[in-house]
Design a protein around this ligand. Structure first.
Ligand SMILES: *Cc1c(COP(=O)(O)O)cnc(C)c1O
Ligand code: SF4
Length: 339
């Protein structure tokens, strides 16, 4: 090897198993249908909505989807349905008007005391209901220069106590990058909490490896991981073990779900989700009403039905297993709680 070339931190001969899985996600509807043995009408891969936001499913998640069932609740979340092409009034590309809170690339600052760091634009999965599906990621560049600017923003605003790693999915970043971030943020005295919003323990449970747990355990921060799981079928033994490992590393585990038509809009599913989460050491935190994102209208559950579902949860679960039913309203300084 040329002695002048330093190997790039990601491209090595042997990737850690989780990065191998991440590099080999399923990226076409055809392949998804073939592997799952289903025949279902899809929005073609050439449609602008799919080209902009292609199919993306990692193998461990695929394994949780029932073969031969076109209605599987996990499949619904990743399948480009023809309904995405329906025009729906009031549904837009930037439903939360995030562009207005994007003071500079890489940072979203709309909540008091908390800043969202767009650490990466990449996700292990593409969720068809995602409100970030149209987000201008190209204006939010990764690369150490962009990251330094974001860190400077946090450094100069002493009201920021909590840094929320968002994205994209922050756990798609290699451990070495996270380590660098945590180190840099640890030099900012007013930051006391770190939060990660992620679907990786569900999508690629192997991601929660020893090195990551050690990194989180050894940092000076209080660490919160907000899992994004929508269905009890997503929480298999591997995901539960990943959560247990995080818990053992001192991480507070919460879950945020999105209420989705055809996925989890029935009381029994939501009750089982809360119970299954708690069995894995995760507290239900938020149940989110869908953001009105273009292409996602067919997932919408009405406020009335959402209220009824919440009431059913309250009647059947201890209070600590009932998440808050919330909606994100553009321009508000916090989520809006619906009763
Ligand atoms: C709501 C939300 C936050 C801020 O949430 P709080 O828990 O209310 O502080 C951060 N990140 C994401 C992705 C959210 O949805
Ligand atoms: S993992 Fe989160 S950010 Fe990524 S596509 Fe799914 S919902 Fe969107």
């Amino acid at each position: 090897m040329n002695s002048n070339s330093t190997p790039h931190p990601i491209v090595t001969d042997s990737l850690p198993p989780w990065q191998e899985i991440l590099a080999n996600t399923i990226r076409t509807t055809d392949k998804l249908c073939r592997l799952l043995e289903i025949d279902r009408q899809a929005l073609p891969d050439t449609h602008p909505l799919v080209r902009q936001f292609p199919v993306r499913v990692p193998a461990p998640y695929l394994a949780k989807i029932k073969k031969g069932d076109p209605e599987d609740p996990l499949l619904q979340q990743v399948f480009p349905d023809i309904a995405e092409a329906n025009e729906a009034p009031g549904y837009s590309a930037d439903p939360l008007q995030e562009s207005a809170h994007n003071p500079q690339p890489g940072i979203l600052h709309k909540y008091k005391g908390r800043a969202l760091l767009i650490a990466t634009s990449s996700c292990a999965v593409h969720c068809r209901y995602c409100f970030r599906r149209h987000f201008p990621y190209s204006d939010n560049p990764p690369g150490k220069e962009g990251w330094k600017t974001s860190l400077d923003y946090i450094r100069q605003d002493t009201s920021i106590q909590e840094v929320i790693f968002s994205g994209g999915d922050p756990l798609t970043l290699p451990d070495s990058y996270l380590q660098w971030y945590l180190y840099e943020i640890s030099t900012i005295p007013h930051v006391t909490r770190i939060r990660l919003h992620t679907r990786l323990p569900v999508m690629i449970p192997q991601r929660i490896n020893k090195r990551l747990c050690e990194l989180l355990e050894n940092s000076r921060f209080q660490t919160i991981l907000v899992l994004h799981s929508n269905h009890p079928q997503e929480l298999d033994d591997e995901t539960n073990s990943a959560c247990q490992a995080l818990k053992a590393a001192g991480v507070t585990l919460l879950n945020q779900s999105v209420l989705l038509k055809g996925v989890n809009d029935d009381a029994d599913t939501l009750i089982r989700l809360s119970e299954r989460l708690f069995a894995g050491g995760v507290m239900p935190y938020y149940l989110h009403l869908m953001d009105r994102v273009e292409g996602g209208a067919h997932f919408t559950v009405s406020d009335y039905d959402a209220g009824r579902l919440l009431a059913a949860m309250q009647q059947n679960l201890p209070g600590y297993l009932v998440p808050k039913l919330v909606r994100e309203e553009p321009g508000e300084k916090s989520k809006t709680v619906l009763l």
